[in-house]
Design a protein around this ligand. Structure first.
Ligand SMILES: [Fe+2]
Ligand SMILES: [Fe+2]
Length: 502
């Protein structure tokens, strides 16, 4: 991987703990399933995964990217787990992508960093008493991976450039690999139950009435490229937070799987952040060129073939609120169990100072609605684990939003993006059933209805966005509404043929 891409992504995400190892396990590409887990020595596991493999390919064919399956796409493939050089780039047809099983290196002497087993050696096998809870955590994480591929499957046809199309497909194949990562754990450690769960992961479908994906946001549509960029910025970042929390797990194979997934996840966040940023750049440049100073002069701005900034804010509001629901109820006994048992930690758990990592007596401030008012109350920290992860997530989002605002500021335009209040447009947790404005005022239903078209994408917005979704599949060309990237993937030149469509 090029230093340019590494440097750009490095500030977007950091693995929860640096990967330390004296040597790196070579990835074997001789087997049908590339891996660094010595698959060939475990015949039973190998057979089970070889049985699952064609079903996975079947799923990819049915539910993966629509079209372009025979096109050569400039993809990176993980060929090792050394952070200094783990990927190689080449033109590959997507169905021939080498999905594999890659674990971050084992840290010798690792102990469970939190919960009631804190300080005990990390588990190399499933702790029997927590089997059901652990399996559920892996299944829920695993379910999100194919879901996002399904949500994004029609986007190739309207890609604003070959560069963006390539990024979409890169994200898609890696989400497929993340499914492999979770399926490996299920099949290796959970016997027959695990094999059944692995099959069910291929059967559920995003948005399908009878057999939907497990979590709400993964059943929403990703109908256009703005949604895709917002999704990869906001919703893949939920993925980052969940993976980071699972990377702290006392169950070592889960920890190692998630640590390597985080390395790939950085690119997904990069695609989202820079996608929105390039959209903002195109808008600001077009406004300045046309001499438009008022960001709310929507009709004039839209005539330029670019996206007005208030619309981007509404899109962001939607994706933020739906993604915040993914953290689950702010106060949760399930989350308390996952923590106490040592299965799922907090963000950066091993690095946190200031408490005992057991949290028997600690409290955490949680915003709640009490008697028609928003109040902040101390809640036993164990029961507020989700609330804390959500707060960490909101803080993590802010970095990218600040960088977007810098672009607008530099262009001299008077507009700034802001995150809506935590309770805005929520369906799960403390704020469900309440109407809360982006500024954090509790509203009546009538007040909400009168204003929500200003806060969430309205019909006009969606019609306009749709009108922009025309393919731009010529080398080195970009749709009017998005600026070219500053650097090519793997430092390729501007007119590089990222996807060979023929
Ligand atoms: Fe993923
Ligand atoms: Fe992702």
């Amino acid at each position: 991987m090029s230093t340019a891409e590494t440097a750009t992504e490095a500030h977007l995400i950091e693995a929860p703990e640096a990967i330390h190892a004296d040597h790196f396990v070579e990835v074997s590409y001789d087997d049908a399933i590339p891996n660094n887990v010595d698959l060939s020595s475990d015949k039973q596991l190998l057979r089970a995964l070889e049985t699952w493999h064609p079903k996975y390919l079947e799923w990819w064919k049915d539910m993966g990217p629509e079209g372009y399956q025979q096109s050569d796409v400039y993809l990176r493939t993980a060929v090792g787990v050394d952070p200094g050089g783990w990927a190689k780039f080449d033109h590959v047809k997507m169905p021939l992508y080498r999905w594999g099983i890659l674990l971050a290196p084992k840290v010798e002497g690792r102990t469970i960093p939190f919960g009631r087993h804190k300080g005990e050696p990390a588990w190399q096998e499933v702790p029997g008493e927590y089997r059901a809870l652990l399996r559920r955590l892996i299944v829920v994480q695993g379910d999100t991976e194919p879901a996002s591929v399904e949500q994004q499957r029609y986007l190739g046809a309207t890609a604003p450039s070959l560069y963006d199309m390539r990024n979409l497909f890169q994200v898609n194949v890696e989400e497929g690999r993340h499914l492999w990562a979770m399926v490996y754990l299920l099949v290796k450690y959970f016997g027959r139950d695990g094999r059944e769960e692995a099959e069910a992961l291929l059967r559920r479908r995003s948005g399908e009435q009878d057999n939907p994906r497990i979590l709400g946001a993964f059943n929403e549509r990703t109908p256009d490229w703005l949604s895709f960029f917002m999704f990869t910025f906001f919703t893949d970042r939920d993925g980052k937070m969940q993976l980071a929390a699972l990377a702290e797990s006392g169950f070592d194979p889960l920890s190692r799987s998630c640590r390597f997934m985080l390395t790939e996840e950085a690119h997904h966040l990069f695609v989202g952040e820079t996608g929105v940023q390039r959209t903002i750049e195109a808008t600001c440049a077009a406004m300045n060129k046309a001499g438009i100073t008022d960001p709310c002069d929507v009709d004039a701005i839209r005539k330029l073939g670019v996206v007005d900034l208030p619309l981007l804010q509404r899109k962001a509001n939607f994706h933020m609120s739906v993604t915040r629901d993914l953290f689950g109820g702010e106060i949760s006994s399930n989350a308390a169990d996952a923590f106490s048992t040592g299965l799922k930690g907090r963000f950066n758990e091993a690095k946190l100072t200031g408490d005992d990592h057991v949290l028997t007596d600690a409290t955490y401030p949680v915003t709640r609605v009490v008697d028609g008012k928003l109040v902040v109350e101390p809640v036993p920290a164990l029961r507020a684990i989700n609330s804390r992860l959500l707060d960490d997530y909101i803080a993590d989002c802010q970095g990218g939003i600040n960088r977007w605002n810098k672009v607008i500021e530099k262009a001299g335009i008077g507009f700034r993006f802001a995150q809506p209040h935590k309770g805005f447009n929520r369906r799960i947790g403390e704020f469900a059933g309440h109407r809360i404005s982006p500024a954090g005022e509790l509203l009546t239903e009538a007040q909400w209805q009168a204003k929500c078209g200003e806060w969430l994408p309205n019909d006009d917005d969606m019609t306009f966005i749709n009108s922009l979704m025309k393919p731009c599949h010529e080398r080195g060309k970009y749709a009017s509404w998005i600026a070219p990237p500053r650097v090519g993937i793997n430092n390729q030149p501007g007119d590089f043929e990222y996807v060979r469509i023929d």
